[in-house]
Design a protein around this ligand. Sequence first.
Ligand code: SF4
Ligand code: SF4
Length: 367
Amino acid sequence: MSSKVYFADLRTTPKRNLHNKLDSLLENVGIRERFRKGHLVALKLHFGEKGNASYVRPVFVRRIVERVRETGGNPFLTDTNTLYVGTRGNTVDHLRTAVENGFDFAVVSAPLVIADGLRGASGTPIRVGGKHLREVSIASEIVAADGLVAVTHFKCHELSGFGGALKNVGMGCASREGKLAQHSNCSPIVDPGGCVACGDCAAACPSGAITVGTAAVIDKEACIGCGHCIAVCPEGTIKVSWDESSGRLQEKMVEHFEGAVKGKSGRCVYISFVTQVSPACDCYGHNDAPIVPDAGVLASIDPVAIDQAAADIVNGMEGFRGSALRSGHGPGGDKFRGVHPSVDWEVQLSYAEERGLGSRDYSLVKI
Ligand code: SF4
Ligand code: SF4
């Protein structure tokens, strides 16, 4: 059955700015019926790594907070700690980074809660009975929340082709244990013929898994599959034996998604900003130039439909030459493969649909 995805483009007038359009999106997904007095509502965000600037702007998040609060719900902003060592690897660093990136109470009008505890160890096992995992470990405060609003910056991703609602919730609501379970099959491979032994990958590796002699060598036992080395290699010589392992990662991500929304039926809303579509995720301390023009904002109660719609919108546009996009520039070209050629991004959509989490068939309703 076709799902509705609401779309606000970026055209505005003096009487209708983007905040007003965001209100309309929330009205259309029935925000008033989703939450009620006393509900603790998690707004799942990515606060951005320090130095990154493509995450969703705090002023838009505040608007969503205000609309959720009008329902009687009690919103809080949340994310989980990262697997790798960066500026969001524990709750203290994470909160400091979030505030420095603009997610201060004075701006967003809601408290910040890092959902998996001080060091990412606070997970609750949730039974899903998936193809790969019978049980997944979800950040405890996500499990404890009554409802969820996933506010997603839609962009490319080196592990899943793109990062949309399924990834924001599936990976982003997992505890450290859950993230490791998703990444466990994703060790990259170095093509020694292409390696110039610059050492950038070893410097970027959060787990000390790379040694560089005449060429870089990855210790698969120590690798946590974060993909950072792939992004920093100037020669493009680090790859993942993807087709199977990326597919498995995406399917495990979907199983974690299922665990994160379990028990919240009818109380989940997905909002995706298809703006600043960068070639990699917001976990890096930089964001490379977008690969396509800004498109707008989507909203739906179907996480599969919203991701499919966002992917179709991105692929339907003319890609920017001179960006990280290497192929598929024309309208209809596969932009995600144009950046991450060996990743089959459709796996997450087809598996999520197979698991009954939503529909790839959608109708786009322009508001
Ligand atoms: S994916 Fe690369 S950067 Fe990440 S842990 Fe493995 S070797 Fe290190
Ligand atoms: S970043 Fe690339 S070129 Fe440099 S040492 Fe690592 S694999 Fe070799």
